[in-house]
Ligand binder design. Structure first.
Ligand code: AMP
Ligand code: MG
Length: 328
């Protein structure tokens, strides 16, 4: 009897403790050229503020490190892009990331190629100016997209662009990589009920609260509604879609995800969503799977454990692996 009372009291105290967690949220603009939404459950406002400051400073750091347009207080990707073939010493963090982007290209058989900057920048300009890129310029740019010309020296922490005209563009990987690092930092600091959404790259650190998951929508690429809703905790959900950034040019729609083989926007799918525990991998794979055919993609994911995918096709058809729902 006494034991039962103690156990009941213990459960009551535990449930009271978790009920005291309140929902807090915040939003930042500009990091990774997108909107970052944060929500989480915390015991006190101070705890939330501590987590919020940590999230903002960590994401700002990676934003600056991966920036190809602005200088930072340290060597960043702009410094690498402008190194003109000279050997450049970089920080351990940047070096590790450069190793990862080379690995990403290898893992995806070249579909996700972060050295595609010379070509992808022509398409970015084209979309902005609503004018198709010059074929000859595209052809010339495609000669400077070989990731093997990004040469790393692990002992000395240096990078050399042996083709000085190669330009890194890590739009396909940077957000997911930063999200992965952020999840590590938050967990190390004892925060494990946080959801961070970096412009559609969603990372769930822990669960929502009390064993509940977060319900995250996958946008329909054609309508202003969700195509599916996924319950997530302790994982990532990342979507690549042509609908996200593009323009109507000369009567056709062109977007920002480029097939390295055709040098044009990839045409096989309307969107591809990937769920997996590794946030960087989710980002790499969503881009790569958006580029390759369904069959090639289904082969590609056999190389990885615990990767779930939802393809939305131009016909409107949804195809998914067993772990991802197709319903709202
Ligand atoms: P995501 O939204 O993660 O699929 O990444 C798309 C972004 O990655 C684009 O806006 C470009 O900056 C860049 N990009 C486009 N095509 C490729 C490609 N084939 N490989 C790597 N990055 C790419
Ligand atoms: Mg990506």
């Amino acid at each position: 009897m006494k034991k039962t009372v103690i156990i009941t009291l213990f459960i009551l105290i535990l449930s009271l403790m978790s009920c005291s967690d309140k929902r807090y949220s915040s939003q930042y603009w500009g990091l990774f050229d997108t909107v970052v939404d944060v929500e989480g459950y915390f015991e006190t406002e101070e705890e939330f503020k501590r987590a919020d400051a940590l999230i903002h400073s960590t994401l700002s750091y990676y934003h600056n490190l991966f920036d190809i347009y602005n200088d930072a207080e340290f060597a960043n990707l702009k410094t690498v892009n402008e190194s003109g073939g000279k050997t450049l010493e970089v920080s351990p963090d940047l070096f590790e990331f450069l190793e990862y982007i080379k690995e990403a290209e290898r893992m995806t058989g070249g579909a996700c190629n972060p050295a595609l900057g010379a070509v992808s920048s022509l398409w970015k300009e084209a979309i902005e100016n609503r004018t198709l890129p010059n074929e000859a310029f595209l052809e010339e740019a495609s000669r400077h997209c070989d990731i093997n010309t990004v040469v790393l020296d692990k002992k000395n922490l240096t990078v050399t662009l042996t083709d000085p005209e190669v330009r890194l563009d890590v739009g396909a990987i940077g957000k997911g990589y930063a999200a992965k690092k952020l999840a590590e930092v938050l967990r190390e600091n004892g925060f494990d009920n946080v959801l961070v959404n970096i412009g559609g790259n969603v990372t769930a650190i822990g669960e929502k609260k009390d064993g509940e998951s977060w319900a995250v929508g996958i946008k329909s690429p054609t309508k202003d509604e969700n195509a599916a809703v996924v319950e997530i905790s302790n994982t990532n959900l990342v979507t690549s879609g042509g609908y996200e950034r593009g323009a109507q040019i000369e009567g056709a729609y062109y977007h920002h995800i480029i097939n390295p083989e055709t040098l044009s926007p990839a045409a096989g799918h309307l969107s591809v969503s990937v769920m997996c525990e590794d946030g960087a991998l989710a980002d790499v794979l969503s881009t790569a799977l958006f580029i390759v055919s369904l069959e090639e993609g289904q082969e590609m994911i056999k190389n990885f454990d615990g990767v779930e995918v939802l393809w939305i096709e131009p016909s409107g058809e949804k195809i998914s692996t067993p772990g991802l729902p197709q319903e709202k």
